[in-house]
Design a protein around this ligand. Structure first.
Ligand SMILES: Cc1cc2nc3c(=O)[nH]c(=O)nc-3n(C[C@H](O)[C@H](O)[C@H](O)COP(=O)(O)OP(=O)(O)OC[C@H]3O[C@@H](n4cnc5c(N)ncnc54)[C@H](O)[C@@H]3O)c2cc1C
Length: 252
């Protein structure tokens, strides 16, 4: 249908789509409902890869022993999304496709070095999550493709996640960070740039044995936060530096 009758807007849990419809910011009026495709809900581990179907909801990921063992920070991020109602409807694929720089699962997928599996009528392709976004709300996914799954290789090291919002539930992130403590640390942040970003220079500074103070300075040069309705650039910068320090201290 995407190939022959498109363009169509895929519908998963609709938690983002309904907001856009209500605000009148969604010009398209033709949809493709994915909700009943149970095949896209599966979570399974095979040959050293955790595969999470695009329609897996936050509730499903929180309840999944596989997710909790393999990628506990994905379960942690899922627990912080919206409230119970949003967790029951919102999906991992929807969070990725919506492409908000504040999406809570995105820094997790960035440090997990996940692969996004895209499927069209003619082909299936695998795109590294860290090259999936090309700019603000832009990605390499085409209109005739669905996100069908995310593949996560095993993640070596100690995982860490923290979201900072206005309150514990129903709040979009002001800053969200996921990290892995390993000889080569991995750190990703949301809400401080047009897309979620890996802090490659900060990671390199820490891997080389630099102090947290030096890493804070490097981080400050790497991010480009802005003032918007949720926060100020200055607040985001300070919080981001503090989160880095907290990550490093708590995983020592
Ligand atoms: C009250 C409220 C609170 C929220 N809180 C948070 C929060 O704390 N953190 C957070 O990150 N987000 C939050 N959100 C945003 C939203 O819930 C998430 O982004 C959610 O994961 C979207 O998933 P969905 O299945 O509902 O997507 P949908 O709304 O169905 O779709 C979103 C977009 O993705 C596309 N799409 C969906 N699935 C696919 C697919 N498989 N392939 C290709 N394209 C697809 C759709 O066409 C659409 O453009 C909140 C939303 C609301 C309304």
């Amino acid at each position: 249908m995407l190939r022959d009758e498109g363009p169509l807007v895929p519908l998963a849990g609709c938690t983002d789509v309904y907001v856009n419809l209500n605000f009148g910011t969604l010009p398209q009026k033709r949809f493709l409902n994915l909700w009943r495709l149970d095949e896209l809900r599966r979570i399974q581990a095979r040959e050293g890869v955790l595969r999470i179907g695009a329609l897996a909801t936050y509730t499903r990921m929180i309840r999944s022993a596989l997710v909790r063992n393999w990628l506990p920070i994905l379960a942690a991020a899922s627990r912080e999304v919206g409230g119970a109602q949003i967790q029951n409807r919102g999906t991992l694929g929807g969070n990725i496709a919506n492409a908000s720089p504040a999406g809570d699962t995105l820094p997790v997928l960035a440090v997990a070095e996940a692969i996004v599996v895209l499927q069209s009528a003619g082909e299936r392709r695998r795109v590294p999550f860290n090259s999936f976004y090309t700019g603000y709300r832009k990605s390499v996914a085409r209109q005739d493709e669905l996100i069908v799954a995310v593949e996560v290789p095993s993640v070596p090291g100690r995982q860490w996640f923290r979201k900072v919002g206005t309150r514990a539930a129903q709040a979009i992130s002001k800053v969200v960070m996921a990290a892995v403590r390993a000889p080569r640390p991995r750190i990703a942040v949301g809400s401080v740039a047009p897309t979620v970003i890996r802090l490659r220079q900060t990671e390199a500074a820490l891997a080389a044995g630099g102090s947290v103070e030096e890493a804070r300075e490097t981080l400050s040069r790497e991010i480009q936060p802005i003032d918007d309705i949720r926060s100020t650039a200055e607040y985001r910068r300070r919080v981001c530096e503090n989160l880095l320090e907290e990550f490093w201290r708590q995983t020592a």
